[in-house]
Write a protein that binds this ligand. Structure first.
Ligand code: DX5
Ligand code: ZN
Length: 214
């Protein structure tokens, strides 16, 4: 299992130790949650903070934009050196064009779907995307309870990807912990985001290792 620990659950007054913990862990990515107070009912951090984070972080960046009009920010995400730029299906009227522009900027394109958005809405773009990020909570806050019907969505998404020949990986975000992670692995997830589960642990690096071992 790949992992992408979310910085959202770290102490924002003291980010350096959190980033260094992730640097020295076996995590595959650092997940950065950008919220605009419009697409989601919360505001997290923006480009000035992420620029400083990127200077300290040695893991590739997985930028999750929970914002309206994410296509306006492709060059800014590229300037961070991000490997994955993920936009919400619900925030992009012209998703095909947005995905093409993310690729043209040299990044992997991720598309995220909220809990009420069917995986089938991605059937005509699935062969073009590198990552599908399934939200297993309503986006906007860390520490929420996992929505169990996400498991069925992941199974359906796995079939859609396999049947289409798409190379997309399935990333899951929200309520990942020691109980839900094995269920997600069984349902077909390839990468797990974890915020509060990692940062509230006594030993965050070994918590990341336990997810990686699934
Ligand atoms: C929520 C964010 C998540 C968040 C997950 O809107 O997209 O990445 O950090 O938090 P946990 O793992 O605590 O559910
Ligand atoms: Zn996220």
């Amino acid at each position: 299992m790949k992992t992408s620990p979310s910085l959202l659950a770290a102490d924002f007054a003291d980010l350096r130790p959190a980033i260094e913990m992730i640097n020295s862990s076996c995590a595959d990515y650092l997940h950065l949650d950008v919220m605009d107070g419009v697409f989601v009912p919360n505001i997290s951090f923006g480009f000035p903070v992420m620029k400083s984070v990127a200077k300290v972080c040695r893991k590739p960046l997985d930028v999750h934009l929970m914002i309206v009009e994410p296509q306006r920010w492709i060059e800014n995400v590229k300037a961070l050196g991000a490997e994955i730029m993920t936009v919400h299906q619900e925030a992009c009227v012209h998703l095909d064009s947005c995905v093409s522009r993310i690729h043209a900027a040299g990044m992997k394109a991720g598309v995220s779907i909220c809990p009420a958005t069917p995986v089938e809405t991605l059937s005509d773009i699935i062969t073009e995307v590198d990552v599908v990020l399934v939200m297993s909570v309503n986006p906007g806050f860390g520490g929420q309870k996992f929505i169990p019907r996400s498991l069925d969505k992941i199974r359906r998404l796995r079939r859609l990807i396999d049947d289409s020949g798409s190379k997309a990986i399935i990333e899951v975000d929200g309520g990942v912990n020691n109980v839900t992670a094995p269920l997600l692995a069984q349902a077909g997830a390839d990468m797990l985001v974890a915020g509060s589960y990692v940062f509230s642990a006594n030993d965050p690096a070994s918590t990341i290792a336990s997810l990686e071992s699934l």
